[in-house]
Each structure stands twice: as C-alpha cells, then as structure tokens.
Design a protein around this ligand. Sequence first.
Ligand SMILES: [Zn+2]
Length: 121
Amino acid sequence: MQSRRGPCYDSRASLCYVTEKKSTQKLKDIAKRYPENYLSCRDHGHSWKPLEAAWLQDGSIERILACQRCEARRVQVLDKNGYVLGGHYDYSDGYAMVGMGRLDTDGRAIFRRASVQKLLG
Ligand SMILES: [Zn+2]
C-alpha cells in the first residue's frame, strides 16, 4: 500500500503523519456507519431533480433541486438569463461530517471503497 501524506495544518511536520492517521481512521469509522444512500451520493455524486423555482423581488430566480437519494437540497440563485449568482446546499442530518473539512482524494477513496463493498458482499 502506498503511503501518502495528506494535508497537514500543524506547523510541526513530525505530527502530520499522526494527524493524517487519526483523520483516516475517523473517516473509515464514519463510512462504516453511513447509510447506503449517503454512500452512493459520496461515490457517484448527488442525483439532482428540480423541485421548485420562484422569481425573487430583485428579478433574480431561486431554484431548488433535491437529491433523489439522500434528500439534500441545492438552492441556486440565477439571474434572469440563467447565470448562477450564488447558492448553497442543505444536507440531511448525518450527511455532512462536521469538523472533517472537504474530502481530499484519500477521503473520497475511503467512501468509494465502502460503497463498492456493498456490491462485493
Ligand atoms: Zn444525495
């Protein structure tokens, strides 16, 4: 197995490996308990379906998309020509991993591995 050093936020370089190992184990623990639909979304991306749209007072458009698997919501604000002005995501309880930051390549691999395990049996 290839050993790779992940992002380290500690200026003391010798602690980076320990920090990475703790984070990796925590992600593996989360992946084990994660519901199957959450694993699918982490592995394949959300399955967005338009839910509703409305004109806002300033002439922009608010559009809400819903994930068909995990019920996450994607709220987008568009200008009248369809350009995205902004937006945010609302996730179901337990989907977001508070304090873990954005998943890097190694973190995504952990969830992909847990997802494919369902097929392997
Ligand atoms: Zn989803």
